[in-house]
Design a protein around this ligand. Sequence first.
Ligand code: PR8
Length: 465
Amino acid sequence: MTEFSEWFHNILEEAEIIDQRYPVKGMHVWMPHGFRIRKNTLNILKRILDRDHEEVLFPLLVPEDELAKEAIHVKGFEDEVYWVTHGGLSKLQRKLALRPTSETVMYPMFALWVRSHTDLPMRFYQIVNTFRYETKHTRPLIRVREITTFKEAHTIHATADEAEEQVERAIEIYREFFDSLGIPYLITKRPPWDKFPGSDYTMAFDTLMPDGKTLQIGTVHNLGQTFARTFEIKFENPEGEHEYVHQTCYGLSDRVIASVIAVHGDESGLCLPPEVAAHQVVIVPVIFKKAADEVMEACRDLRDSLGDAGFRVHLDDRDLRAGRKYYEWEMRGVPLRVEIGPRDLENNSAVISRRDTGEKITADLDGIQDTLRDLMNDILENLRNRAWERMESEIREAGTIEEARNIIEEKRGIISFMWCGDEECGMDVEEKVRVDILGIQEGGSGKCMNCGRDAPYRAYLARTY
Ligand code: PR8
């Protein structure tokens, strides 16, 4: 693949995902094709969350005093906040922030909503835009200043154990979500210096981008009782005493779409999992003078029957060369292309082309729905396996700092090593290898790669976005 960032930039434009020319840095326009992919992706997540979460919608603006209430939280976000200072020509008495995330928007209301232990647990989510004045280099979908698809969930529990369990459930939810997109992930507990501001701890999902850098694609935070104490969120327990609640929150962003594009794409462009593709099947009539009408009619019939059966299908009947159409639909990542020409019609068949493998399959028109459905399942599985294999082959074990340095210099990817868990030692590793510690996984034993002490953790290092 050509240089990744150039490829990514070009494909967003060529496949009409977003328009990057909007004149505010870090803010982009979703174009119709991108918007459809976005909507299909959101639908998968909603389907999973709707099982036991309630969807809500809170305001965009946060009063300054609410934002400032949770000291650690606000410290983490203070240099990323956009402020509204005026209403028309009048200066506002109370500045209003554009939400960088919604803890300080929601939690004052949660204090009003939560009364008794019988109200708990509560699980909410909303899909909104959030604003972060990022100072690091912005990149479309990857590091933006308006996150247009912020999917944030917030839960409230009576006990610490229940909050802990919710963290596990949220991890399962995100696993299921990323599996249905075929995106591989590494799940780790973030080191303390990299956790969400105000949380007890953060669990993160990272994926590997084609240039060997990792991208954080989702996070699950156990908030403990920090925000409950700040915002006075209390419930009455069965004994009639008032206790602070325990909370979690977890979120995903536009990065989900960035990873779908980057992880599965290739030299020919996008390669989309069928469930998110705007069109799952594109029918291209192969017209010669002979039997042109019959071919068009067969194509229309097929389009109608596939549409009725629930496929997102498109008939490309433009007056263009078939080759030009193939190129375009491949670039746009359509999973399956069906070609029908006069000879196919004589045999009551069609030729199906798979975007992921390039394979061509001659299928009987009568059973074509089943064939297409089987192929779509197979495509997702193939994309998922391929992507997992690629990521796993880029995780390399290092026993010494020297080895870690060499791997990062020569191969990039992710380094796995044993770590004592000491914060100072961790900072030292980051400085010596000049990359970030992604996080840790419990279990395993050995000696710390850096200081040689007993190491109860497996940790990971990578260049990150
Ligand atoms: C929370 N509160 O906010 P989080 N551009 C694109 N994606 C981003 C950006 C950005 N500038 N910043 C973060 N993300 C919690 C959980 C409610 C929900 C993505 O958590 O700050 C990252 O993938 O960790 C991150 O994992 C996710 O948003 C959630 O943001």
